[in-house]
Ligand binder design. Structure first.
Ligand code: GLU
Length: 304
């Protein structure tokens, strides 16, 4: 596959200047990001790398971190985890409260906020030093120690986190949050504040293209079954209430974040990360979705 020329074609076809959408504005740190940023990094299983634009610039990974926290919780807790969170697409916004109440405090899936807060609670319970241990897990997957929380973003998330506090308190009222709300949200806000580049994200997510084994070190982090499950959840739940649309257009498991990043995985082939901060109304990167649609259309390869 001639990925280099396909990426050149994509670069010509996308139009940064005419892209609609708004940069996330719920915290000042995200509202300040230059909307014209655009990066792509494609990391192949055979070790080849291809890229475009700002692919080494770090940005706020936000909800993309939910896949990583889920993976760590699955590796530690196994199937017991599914007693506290379901695996169905939500069809609702990522921070919806209504569904959580209707379903007695069991979040629809671990990739919406309520589900990720339950996963954060599990990690706070089982890790000795939750924030440090999680960051080390991400660094291990990335094969890179230069990955950090952004403390300003974490603090802002806390200052503006009314809905996340509401979700955590509702979970607590259903006895589906075992630790202190503040401790769990402190962990959750920090996991969302991690900054990574497209290059770092693509290499990190190669784990899910490689049946749960880190490509570089050959260390197994997830079983094949767990990897299948993470990929299935990304496929059905990775894009808020637009998971169907992403699947329809792109045909790969993936996860987006309101920082404008999207990572997608082609099992056995590659992992690809795109960053463009302008979001559509559902909170997904407009150009990120377009880019990945072009990639799977031009290569003629998706999981379907
Ligand atoms: N930190 C954000 C929140 O919890 C994450 C949003 C996202 O990327 O979906 O509201």
């Amino acid at each position: 596959m001639d990925y280099a020329s396909i990426l050149r074609e994509i670069e010509k076809e996308i139009n940064l200047n005419q892209t609609r959408g708004q940069v996330a504005s719920y915290i000042p740190e995200l509202a300040r990001i230059n909307p014209q940023k655009y990066g792509l990094h494609l990391a192949c299983m055979n070790g080849d790398d291809f890229h475009l634009g700002d692919h080494t610039e770090k940005f706020s990974i936000q909800s993309i971190s939910k896949v990583l926290s889920l993976s760590l919780a699955m590796s530690k807790l196994g199937v017991r985890l599914w007693q506290r969170v379901d695996v169905e697409p939500s069809g609702n916004p990522f921070n919806s409260l209504i569904q959580l109440e209707q379903e007695d405090g069991i979040p629809r899936n671990p990739l919406i906020n309520s589900g990720a807060i339950v996963i954060a609670d599990i990690l706070v319970s089982i890790l000795d030093n939750p924030k440090k241990d999680f960051l080390e897990f991400v660094r291990l997957l990335a094969g890179n120690d230069d990955i950090h929380f952004n403390e300003d973003v974490a603090r802002s998330e806390q200052d503006h986190g009314y809905r996340n506090y509401a979700l955590a308190n509702m979970l607590k009222s259903y006895d589906n949050l075992h630790n202190d709300v503040e401790d769990v949200l402190d962990f959750y806000f920090h996991q969302c504040s991690i900054e990574m580049s497209c290059a770092e994200l693509a290499h990190t997510f190669l784990l899910f293209a490689n049946e749960g084994v880190i490509c570089q070190s050959k260390k197994r982090m997830l079983t094949r079954l767990q990897t299948k499950r993470v990929n299935s959840l990304m496929q059905t739940c990775g894009f808020y209430d637009e998971a169907g649309e992403f699947s329809f257009l792109v045909g790969l498991p993936g996860k987006s974040g309101v920082g404008g990043g999207i990572v997608a995985v082609h099992p056995g082939e590659y992992s690809v990360a795109v960053w463009s901060p302008r979001l559509n109304k559902k909170g997904n990167s407009v150009l990120g979705m377009k880019t990945l649609e072009l990639l799977t259309t031009k290569t003629g390869k998706s999981i379907f």
